[in-house]
Design a protein around this ligand. Structure first.
Ligand SMILES: *Cc1c(COP(=O)(O)O)cnc(C)c1O
Length: 393
């Protein structure tokens, strides 16, 4: 008899040969601009903790106090025994930040997308999504059973073509996009997408995971950045990036949220967010609103680094995510390896996560000038040693 698991080994072999293999690396310190990675301090350009809140003492204290008061686990789903006033306070804080009627918190951003998309559309419906959308939007589309079509990245003509050809064949239609594209750092074209959604009678879902706390004058996200606050749309996001905690959310009309409480399976059939995560996220939102200097420092760092790296092949970015393009997975891995040797953690991102290999840098408000100088120096050194490709001509 053949071994029914033998394909696993073959499959892993293929992954290795393509240089697609990944493994985890343990971080032995608190989050921050400098972390301890495999026993060694490195400057961290790989974190989503844009404002440095994940190690903020006030979030830690809030999590500890909530744990003391309510325990470690929520013990049940929100609709059964898991709901606490703290969850509602967090939802109201999210709705206030986003200036929406209501919000709903999920156990993660990934689950928020799976649950929301699969509740909003089904087999008679259509989803049209940006080709570069986050995995959670794509998997949500598959889970929903709707017909799913991708349009070329940020290509409004292609989106309109797809809608002209397909929209009339379906009942409901959802356009879905990241607002800050997580592996590229550019933004969706929100005002145009809103206009197209209206023209073709589509719902619009934007994933603000990398934008909340980072974009817009109060940190509300790209919707605010584009002056689209108050427009009818579905905003999804995470509590796990700039807000420094864990969890996801959906913000929108009272009707939408009421509907999701009754139909989003990843909210109904899972345990409520833990007291610690809930309280930390609530404190994170308060700090975003009360301490705008954090966001200002982040943007100062972004603008400075972009200007100093302007001679390299950077992907277009309007966010803390800056990507250096490289030809092959191998060159990207080599550069990442060298940087680690120099005490800089800037990971290589390769297919199949993205279509082309790159070093992905993400900036934080807590990066200091000398951290940025170290990075610049090491990149310049790499490119001056005959690695002339990927320098702009
Ligand atoms: C990180 C991310 C998510 C997932 O959020 P989690 O809370 O980490 O599950 C969803 N969408 C986008 C665009 C993301 O970048």
């Amino acid at each position: 008899m053949s071994n029914p698991y033998s394909w696993l080994n073959k499959s892993l072999d293929t992954i290795h040969r393509a240089n697609w293999y990944r493994s985890v690396k343990a971080i032995a310190s608190k989050p921050g601009a400098v972390i301890e990675l495999e026993g060694k301090p490195v400057i961290n350009f790989a974190s989503n903790d844009y404002l440095g809140l994940a190690s903020d003492q006030r979030l830690i204290d809030a999590a500890v106090a909530a744990t003391q008061a309510y325990g470690t686990g929520s013990t049940g789903s929100r609709l059964l025994s898991g709901h606490k006033e703290l969850h509602r306070e967090l939802e109201q804080a999210i709705a206030a930040l986003k200036q929406t009627e209501d919000a709903l918190v999920f156990s993660s951003g990934y689950l928020a997308n799976l649950g929301t998309i699969s509740a909003l559309v089904g087999q008679q419906d259509l989803i049209v999504g940006d080709r570069y959308n986050h995995s959670s939007l794509k998997k949500g589309a598959i889970l929903s059973g709707a017909a799913a079509i991708n349009y070329l990245h940020n290509d409004l003509v292609d989106l309109q073509d797809k809608l002209i050809n397909h929209r009339a064949l379906y009942r409901r239609c959802l356009i879905a996009t990241d607002s800050v594209f997580s592996m590229d750092g550019d933004l969706c074209l929100l005002p145009e997408l809103l206009a197209i959604a209206e023209e073709f009678a589509c719902m619009l879902l934007v994933d603000e995971a990398h934008a909340t706390g980072v974009m817009g004058s109060t940190g509300a996200g790209c919707v605010e950045h584009y002056n689209c606050t108050g427009k009818t749309l579905i905003q999804v996001g995470t509590l796990s990036k700039a807000l420094g905690s864990l969890g996801g959310y959906v913000a929108g009309s009272a009707e939408l949220i009421d509907f999701l409480r009754n139909r989003a399976a990843t909210w109904i059939y899972t345990t409520a967010l833990s007291p610690a995560d809930t309280a930390a996220a609530l404190t994170g939102i308060e700090i975003v609103q009360q301490e705008p200097h954090r966001k200002e420092q982040l943007w100062h760092n972004i603008n400075y680094l972009k200007q100093r790296l302007s001679h390299l092949e950077l992907l277009p970015s309007q966010s803390p995510i800056l990507c250096l393009q490289l030809d092959t997975p191998k060159t990207a891995l080599n550069l990442a390896q060298r940087l680690i040797g120099a005490g800089i953690f800037a990971p290589a991102i390769r297919p199949p996560t993205v279509p082309t290999s790159r070093i992905r840098l993400s900036l934080m408000a807590t990066h200091e000038q000398h951290h940025l100088e170290m990075l610049i120096e090491n990149l310049d050194r790499y490119w001056s040693y005959g690695n002339q490709k990927n320098i702009k001509s």
